[in-house]
Design a binder for this molecule. Sequence first.
Ligand code: FAD
Length: 465
Amino acid sequence: MIRDPKSVAARCGRLAGDLARRLGAHKVVDDPDLLAELAKDESHAAPRMPDLAVRADSADDVRAVLELAAAHEVPVVARGGGTGKSGGAIPVDGGIVLDLRRMNRIAEIDRENLVAVAEPGVITGALQAAVEAEGLFYPPDPNSLETCTLGGNAAHNAGGPRAFKYGVTREYVLGARVALMGGRAIRTGKRTVKGVAGYDLTALLVGSEGTLGVFTELTLRLVRKPAEIATLLVRMPDEIAAGWAVARIVAAGLVPRVIEFMDAIAVETLRAAGAGGVPANTGALLLVEVDGPDAAGVERDASRLAEIAEAAGAIEVLMARHGGEREQLWAARRTLSDAIKKRARFKVAEDVAVPRAQAPGLLEGLRAIAERRRVLVPSYGHAGDGNYHVNVLWDDEGFDVEPVLAEIFALALALGGTITGEHGVGLTKRAYLGMEVSAESLALQKELKRVFDPKGLMNPGKIFL
Ligand SMILES: Cc1cc2nc3c(=O)[nH]c(=O)nc-3n(C[C@H](O)[C@H](O)[C@H](O)COP(=O)(O)OP(=O)(O)OC[C@H]3O[C@@H](n4cnc5c(N)ncnc54)[C@H](O)[C@@H]3O)c2cc1C
C-alpha cells in the first residue's frame, strides 16, 4: 500500500505535539538537516525523508511512539546504525523514524550462564569488546560491526565471516522484549539453552526486518572466548580454483571459523586503495582463520588446511605472524565495500548464497554474466557459507541493471541457493522474492504480518511488493 505523502505529513504534524508532550520535545526531531541523515542507508535505494524522528531513550519511549503512531495512523521505521544494504531503514511512506542509538546500555553480562542482556542500540563491536574483557565471546561479526547495532543485526539476522563455524545472529538470540504497533509489549524466548514453550516467536521476529515489531531488549547467548587463532592468506590462481579449494576444505571436515574470499578485481581494488598486507599477483585470495582452545590443535588444523589449499592449486599460503598482521588484514577486508564503490559511478551490491560445493558453478556463472553483459562484477564474501557479495559496477547513466540482477538471482537459485544470504529483502529485493518463495508461502507471510500489524504501519513497503 502506498500512502499519500501529504496526508502522512499532515498526520505527523498533529502527532508531533502529542509526542513532545509525552516524551519531551528534545526527543522529537523535525529539523530537515537531521532528518536527511535518517533518509538513507548503505543500499543503492533512493533516500526518502521521514516527516519526524524520535530519539528513544527507553522501552517506554518506544511503546509511547508506537501507541501514538497507531492512534494517528502514521508509519514507523525502527533504525539502528543505518548500515543496512537492502533499504530496510528507509521510510518509504514517510512518517516517523525511531532512532534507537541512544538505547545503548549493556544491562548484564552473566559469566556463569554465558548470557548477555543488552538494549538494541548497542554497537555490535562494543558488545564484543565488553564480553571479551570477561573472557567470553559473542561470535556474530558483520563487517560493519563498528557501526551497526544489535537491534539491526537481530532484525536482519545478520551473518558475518565467523558464521561458518559459529552460525548467524539467530543462533545467539535467546529471547527479546519487543514493542508492537499500538504500544503492546511482549517478552519472547528464554534465558535457558533449551526451551520449547509455545511457538518460537523469537525465531520469527529475528530476521523480520523490523516489519513486525521493535526489539527493545535482547537476551544473547555467549560462548567462551577461543584462546588461539591462526590466520592464513591463501593466494589462488583464479576464482574458480578458489571455489574448489573451499569445497575441498569443507569436504575434508575442517571447520575454520572464517573462510573469506576475494576475486582478482577485489584484491586489486584493495591494493590500489593502499591496503596493507594484501599480496600482489593474485588471481583470488582466501582469508582463512582457525581457532580453538589449544595452540597445538590450531596449528594442526592450519597445516592440514594449507595442505588442502596447496593440493587445490594454491600459489602460496602465508601465515599472519602476529595479531598486528591479522588486524591489518581485517581492517583491509572491512574497507572493501567502500573501495569497490569508488571504482565506478554506479554500484549495486547483492549477496546471494549457494550450497558451499556449488561455489565454483556460481563463480563461473558470474564470470559469464559479466562478459555477456559487459559490466564489471567483482565478488567477495563469506565463502565458507557459500555467501558471496556480488557487485555490479557501471558508469553509463542509461544502463538498466535490473536484468543483470535477475540473471544473478536466477543463477544462485538454479544452484540450489538463495537471493539473499544476510542483507535481507528490504526494498531492493522485493521484486525478486517471488523467484525464490512460493505464492502460497508469500500469502501466509503476509497474513502473519497482518496479525502483528493490521494497519501495515510497521516499516511499510518492505519485504513484500
Ligand atoms: C561495510 C559493511 C559491511 C557489512 N557487512 C555485513 C556482514 O558481514 N554481514 C551482514 O549480515 N551484514 C553486513 N552488512 C549489512 C548491515 O550492517 C547489517 O544488515 C546490520 O545488521 C544492520 O544493522 P543496523 O543497526 O545498521 O540496522 P539498520 O540499517 O539501521 O536497520 C536495518 C533493518 O533493521 C530494522 N531495525 C533496526 N533496529 C531495529 C530494532 N531495534 N527492532 C526492529 N527492527 C530494527 C530496520 O527497520 C531495518 O529494517 C554490512 C554493511 C556494511 C555497510
